[in-house]
Design a protein around this ligand. Sequence first.
Ligand code: PHB
Length: 362
Amino acid sequence: MSLPDLFTPVRLGAIDLANRIVMAPMTRSRAGTDTIPTPVMEQYYAQRAGAGLIISEATQISDDAQGYPNTPGVHTPAHAAAWRRVTDAVHARGGRIVVQLWHVGRISHPMFQPGGALPVAPSAIAAAGELYTGEGMKPFPTPRALETHEIPRLVAAFADAARRAVVEAGFDGVELHAANGYLIDQFLRDGTNHRTDAYGGSVENRARFLLEVTEAVSAAIGADRTGVRLSPNGTFNDMRDSNPAALFTHVVGALNRFGLAFLHVIEGLDGPMAPAPEVERLAPLLRRTFTGPFMINGGYDRATADRALADGSADVVSFGVPFIANPDLPTRLRDGTPLAQPDRATMYGGDERGYTDYPAAA
Ligand code: PHB
C-alpha cells in the first residue's frame, strides 16, 4: 500500500470523503440581517463541492450566540429550510458538508443580543480591543457571567441546533467550534474562566462545558457525525492560558471516549491564526493523544500537506483562505495550477462580488 496523499479517499466517522482536502470554516457574512442563509450562499458552497468535505462558516446555535453582522443561524425552522437548499446543492455535486456550530460568548455586543442584553460568558472579563459591528468598531463590553443554573440550557441549545442541522437541514454532521476565543474556548482557558463552580478552576472543571456539549450533541446526532475544533496555540480574541499543553492534552484525552468523527486542530504554520515563531506547536502532541481521525489547518500547500499525510502528522488537511478565490481548489492542487489571491476588501459582507464571482481555472 502506498502512503496517503491529498487525493486518497478517507472516512471520518460516518462521513465518506472523496479526497482529504477539507474546506475550513470561514465567516463571510452573506446571510440576511435576519440571519437566514441566502441564495448566494447556496451557489458559493455548491461551487466548492469538490472539497472532500466542506465545513460551513460558524453558525449560531441560539438567538444570543451572534457577534458579527450577517452571520447565519441554525436554530429555527426557517434557518433549516434555507440551509437545506445549500446542503442539497452540495450533495447534488457529490460533496459533503457539515455545519460549524458556535456561540460567540463575550465576542459580541448588546446590538447583536435579544433585547439589547449584555453578552454572556464564563466570567465577567472583557476582551481587549474592539469589535467589528457593521456600524464601525466598538469596544468589547464586559459580558455577564453565566449563572450555574443557566449552563444546561446552553448545552441543550447546542444539541437542538445539531439535531435541526442534521435532521431538518440535511447536513452530514457538525463541527463544534471550541476554538478562536468563542464561548467554549472561553470556558477552557484560565485567562477567560475565573469561575469558582464546577465549570472553573482545574483543567477538569474548565473542560466540563465542552465535554457536556460533546456528550449532548453526540447523543442527538451520533458521535460519528460530530467533530470538534480546537486552537491550542491561539491568541486571537485576546485569549491566554497559563498551561496550554496540560489543558489541551487533558481535553483531547477526555474527548477520546466519544469516538468522534474527527478532531480539527488549528496549528497555524502561517496566516492570521499563526502563533509566534518561538511558541511550541501543540498539534503534534495532540495528534499523539487523539485516537480518532486528525485534521490540521493553517498555511498548508500541496507539498506540505502531502508530507503531513505521508509522515502521519494528520489524516486530513483543511484549507481556508485558498478556497475563497479558488472554488476549484482540489483541481488546481492536483494539476499544479497557480492559485488566485482573494480580495481582502470583499471577504466580509456585501454581495456576490468577491464571493461567487471567482472563476474555476479554464
Ligand atoms: C471572524 O469572523 O473573524 C472569525 C470567526 C470565527 C473564527 C475566527 C474568526 O473562528
